[in-house]
Design a protein around this ligand. Structure first.
Ligand code: CMC
Length: 389
């Protein structure tokens, strides 16, 4: 039926053309709208890069100020939506909380469900950017059994988010510029990565003309898996397990190489990068800086570096061209900031949100877009008669 090639994991299939992000996996190059990731991480901010990804060009100072202001004005959640959190156990994984909360959020904006009305798409873009961080912080607060704070819209995007996570009614949140900048940079590094599993999910769901809330919620679920965004959480669990078991790093690496119990070196390897992930380089530098600035020495960082060193010199990893990816060192920084391990992938989701929105919008604006519908190679039974009874 016109099926030309079977391609498990879409290793060879381009599902779309896109102008958003360029990656050269052999050279370790990543660019958003043509701008090298290193320059953006050094000189830009999360919201400026969000604008760049979504609208295609860097904003003017006025455009950026208006964008920032609009997002600040949309941070409040409907009071009723807060009851949603009460219905969940405090042990709920925050990725499950935020994806369901986004689906729930859409019910407050039935008029926002049309994917074709540009004004509604614009409003939904702003609402998602403003409200996802608030929902994420509430998921964190819920797990701690602490009261939710209202957003303080005098604060910038990242500070507002940090305050919602770490401030309490009793104590005002003290902003720390080192942490604010470090989180801003990490969010920039996560903003887009072309047709990764979660972005492809957003596009596939969006191709049915499902709305942006539903599409992003699906993207969050795709991101949650340990082979994708969930890897940052899995890295810290792996490091903690090595530390607690007393197993030597060398022995752990041997188990990975022998594929014992399917154990993998989490935070290593990438479908596209067959060279050092450029984001991992920046994150590693940032981990050193942040911990130094905070005066923290975390044995987990030393353990991660030892693991990396051993792996990079080992033939198993060399032959397969496995290098640290973005998730290898981020957890150490998030931990130093005070986030629990289960929040790590949520931070990835907040970072990736502008990319998901940019791709959903690009797809919906493209007249070539069709509903996504992969083919299959049928390997089941031939026709047979239902038994007479
Ligand atoms: N540890 C040990 N062996 C590995 C690893 C790893 N982390 N990654 C790949 N391999 C081996 C794999 O077993 C295979 O070996 P063989 O040829 O003997 O069968 C070979 O390397 C090729 O791997 P693959 O599974 O065919 O590669 P893929 O492109 O399908 O998978 C990946 C890419 C990222 C899913 C995989 O490298 C992996 O599972 N890494 C660990 C999880 C992780 O860190 N994920 C985060 C990815 S980056 C950020 C993001 O997307 O969220």
């Amino acid at each position: 039926t016109g099926l030309t090639a079977l391609d498990y994991g879409f290793v060879n299939t381009a599902a779309t053309a896109s102008k958003v992000t360029y990656i050269d996996g052999d050279e370790g190059i990543l660019r958003y709208r043509g701008y090298p990731i290193e320059q953006l991480a050094e000189n830009s901010t999360f919201l400026e890069v969000a604008w760049l990804l979504i609208y295609g060009e860097l904003p003017s100072a006025d455009e950026l100020a208006a964008f920032d202001e609009r997002i600040r004005r949309h941070t409040l959640l409907h009071e009723d939506l807060k009851h949603f959190f009460s219905a969940l156990p405090h042990t709920a994984h925050p990725m499950a909380v935020i994806s369901s909360a986004l689906s729930a959020l859409s019910t407050y904006y039935e008029n926002g469900s049309s994917s074709n009305d540009p004004e509604q798409v614009e409003l939904t873009t702003i609402r998602l950017l403003a409200k996802l961080p608030v929902i994420a912080a509430y998921a964190h607060k819920k797990s701690l059994g602490q009261a939710f704070l209202y957003p303080d819209n005098r604060l910038g995007f990242v500070d507002n988010f940090l305050r919602l996570n770490f401030g309490t009614m009793a104590e005002p949140y003290e902003s720390n510029p080192v942490l604010t900048r470090a989180l801003d940079r990490l969010l920039i590094l996560h903003e887009d990565h072309e047709q990764n599993a979660s972005t492809s999910t957003v596009r596939l769901v969006g191709s049915t003309k499902a709305n942006l809330y539903a599409s992003v919620s699906a993207g969050i679920n795709a991101l949650s898996g340990p082979l994708h965004g969930g890897a940052n959480e899995a890295v810290l669990q792996m490091l903690a397990q090595i530390r607690d078991s007393g197993e030597s790093v060398q022995r752990f690496v041997e188990r990975v190489k022998n594929k014992e119990d399917g154990v993998k070196l989490m935070g290593f390897g990438h479908r596209v990068y067959k060279n050092y992930d450029p984001r991992a380089k920046l994150v590693k530098d940032s981990a050193d800086e942040v911990l130094k600035d905070l005066g923290i020495s975390d044995p987990m960082l030393d353990l991660a570096k030892e693991l990396e060193q051993i792996a990079l010199e080992d033939d198993y990893f060399k032959e397969r061209r496995l290098y640290p990816n973005v998730d290898f060192y981020t957890g150490v920084i998030y931990k130093a900031m005070g986030f629990p391990t289960r929040m790590f992938t949520v931070l990835f989701a907040i970072g990736r949100l502008p990319g998901w929105i940019a791709h959903w919008r690009e797809m919906n604006a493209d007249p070539q877009t069709k509903i996504g519908r992969p083919q299959q190679l049928y390997t089941g039974s031939a026709v047979r008669d239902f038994p007479r009874r």
